[in-house]
Design a protein around this ligand. Sequence first.
Ligand SMILES: Cc1cc2nc3c(=O)[nH]c(=O)nc-3n(C[C@H](O)[C@H](O)[C@H](O)COP(=O)(O)OP(=O)(O)OC[C@H]3O[C@@H](n4cnc5c(N)ncnc54)[C@H](O)[C@@H]3O)c2cc1C
Length: 356
Amino acid sequence: MQKTEIAILGAGASGLFLARHLKKNYILIDKNTIPQKIKMSGGGKCNFTNEFVTVDNYLGDKKFISKILNYYTNKDVIKFFSDIPFQKIKNNQYFAKSSEYIINKLNQKKFIAEILKVEKKDNFLIHTSKGIIEAKKVVVATGGVSFKTVGASDIGYKIAENFGHKIVTLKPALVGMTLQKNEFWMKNLSGVSVFSKVEFNNKKFRDNVLFSHRGITGPAILNASLYWEKGNIKINFLPKYKKIKSNKSPSNLLNLPKRFVSEFLKSQNIEDKNQNLEFIIEKLQNYTFAPAGTFGFNKAEVTKGGISLEELDDFESKFVKNLYFIGEVLDVTGELGGYNFQWCFSSAKYLADMLN
Ligand SMILES: Cc1cc2nc3c(=O)[nH]c(=O)nc-3n(C[C@H](O)[C@H](O)[C@H](O)COP(=O)(O)OP(=O)(O)OC[C@H]3O[C@@H](n4cnc5c(N)ncnc54)[C@H](O)[C@@H]3O)c2cc1C
């Protein structure tokens, strides 16, 4: 049986970042040789942080999240990756030239095996597909359940539950939304994208909305999905509209894809006539609809909900000493734009300094 001081379960963003900063003896366990989510993130360019990170970009315990984000900030993350090629996009999102640079920078030696369960005797016994590892301390960094196709699993939640922890209901987030019948007109617009302002409760996102054969997606909708439980989402399809005098028909006059205006008007039974312009603009700026649901975990960038922070004391279980949780497995979820990796890195660095 292999023995170690610290077993890190999961070599994704948070597990790797922790390992990179630990000065103690550890074994890093993962069933994958490559951190698949880092690889596929940001369209292969890993959006690793954001220029403007505040607790308001996250769902979860504000006080705790704020403490961790202030401990290891976006500036610290940018400094850490300063020797790899990266660029700022949309004035705030930091992307690597390729995810490979992030992976190479974080890469650590791993024990490749599937984690099956964790027991506590005098020490922890981690049962894997390749035997048992004994550890004095265990850090669970096994991430969320979305994208099972690349190896995501619910093992972190199971381990937590077995040790008596509460799991805040898991839901897909940063995900496209499905439509009720009234909105099926959007399905005819697959591939069309419209810059919009999307609002849900007090959250507002100005970015693209993308129509797809399954429903509605794009960055503004993905962000709204983080906060949406049920109820109406409001879309302003003309957030930048300024009045102009013209006799053209609305579909020719408005700065919107013609196909979109035509389907929209059909769905509202309004004629594409200049006399209707003001009425049409009002409709386009105040469109509300209740999504039927989401595209589900297979398409979700993250899992919202997770291990409740109430039962942790600075990432350590209040029930089992020397058992820790970091990263996405926790009940902390960020918006689109590098916030989730920032959380992984901040939580991992905080714990590394605690354990060192
Ligand atoms: C398509 C996509 C794009 C994304 N883009 C971005 C982005 O640009 N910016 C951003 O901030 N966030 C992005 N995210 C979210 C981000 O990838 C995650 O929030 C982050 O990877 C979570 O890190 P983690 O270390 O907590 O978990 P993960 O990175 O998921 O790592 C968990 C690790 O545990 C391993 N594991 C799980 N179960 C077992 C088991 N039973 N046995 C052994 N190993 C196991 C997995 O193989 C994995 O390596 C994206 C997510 C997706 C799916």
